[in-house]
Design a protein around this ligand. Structure first.
Ligand code: SAM
Length: 281
């Protein structure tokens, strides 16, 4: 049974990096005027109320998006992200009460001929997601396993796709299944842009998954990571990152700028940031 609910973590430092990079990636892909499909394998509820009991219980967003909310010196990539979050709070854009999840972030930038394919397995979050996009003909919401859904969806008709794989890593085998699925999806559709979100709770476990991808023969793999604490054997996430296969041109430079700012403003002592091509051309 799934117990993870993203509402507890919405808007935390890992969401900031994930959603800000996701937004920039879509914007860079839109420089080419051709339709694309956005595939979210683990979509969550779509959007979150930061005033509800989940977010209030952990207060994680206070260490993430809330720290950027009133900043006046943001690099463009983070200004775009904060503008998107403000847009999601459009009834009262001065106050941070709601937070857009990955489907809502993409929805704000979706082109007229683009489409979205969203997967969510948790009953309640699937219902919320389904309601959110009920009237939207560009969006298909699927209650099912997103990893199987990804394999079924590629190659897409458009031959252009941005794929976000953002699991909750509740089951230990997720780390293997995710890597295997990405390798299989890439075999079927080698030109897709695949973005994998990963946590660092146990560094060895995370690196084993990433090494599997790096050693797969797939070219062009970029690591974008932010640590807020040094690696540790104690419980809890010390870093989070995105592993991007086929990132669009200039995403590496944008990520470097972004992380330079986030490292100084959202990091804690000894925090570290990495933007590194783990596999080149
Ligand atoms: N992508 C979302 C965002 O950025 O706003 C957050 C997703 S959250 C980290 C992971 C979600 O995956 C949870 O809502 C969980 O219920 C769901 N989930 C877990 N296993 C799944 C699976 N095999 N297929 C689809 N969804 C799954």
């Amino acid at each position: 049974m799934l117990s993870y609910r993203h509402g507890y973590h919405a808007g935390n430092y890992a969401d900031v990096l994930k959603h800000a990079i996701l937004l920039q990636t879509l914007q860079l892909m839109h420089k080419k005027d051709k339709p694309l499909v956005y595939i979210d394998t683990h979509a969550g509820a779509g959007g979150y109320a930061l005033t509800d009991e989940f977010a209030q219980k952990t207060g994680e967003y206070l260490e993430g998006v809330a720290k950027l909310w009133d900043k006046t010196d943001l690099p463009k990539s983070l200004q775009d992200y904060v503008d998107a979050v403000r847009h999601f709070n459009e009834d009262n854009p001065e106050e941070l009460n709601f937070y857009p999840g990955s489907p809502a972030i993409i929805d704000m930038e979706l082109g007229p001929k683009d489409r979205m394919l969203l997967h969510e397995l948790h009953g309640t979050d699937h219902l919320l997601l389904d309601e959110y996009f009920e009237q939207d003909k560009q969006v298909k919401v699927i209650k099912g396993d997103g990893l199987k859904g990804l394999i079924a969806a590629v190659p897409p008709l458009e031959r252009r796709a941005l794929v976000l794989v953002d699991p909750s890593y509740e089951i230990k085998t997720d780390y293997q299944t995710v890597a295997e699925t990405l390798i299989k999806a890439h075999k079927r559709f080698a030109t897709g842009v695949f973005m994998l979100w990963y946590p660092v709770v146990n560094r060895a476990q995370t690196e084993e998954m990433l090494a599997r991808l790096a050693g797969s023969g797939i070219k062009r793999q970029l690591r974008i990571e932010q640590a807020i604490k040094p690696d540790s054997n104690e419980f809890g996430m010390t870093a989070a990152g995105l592993w991007v296969i086929n990132p669009p041109w200039q995403l590496d430079e944008i990520a470097t700028d972004m992380l330079d700012y986030l490292g100084k403003n959202l990091g804690q002592a000894d925090g570290n940031v990495i933007v590194k091509w783990e596999v080149g051309e």
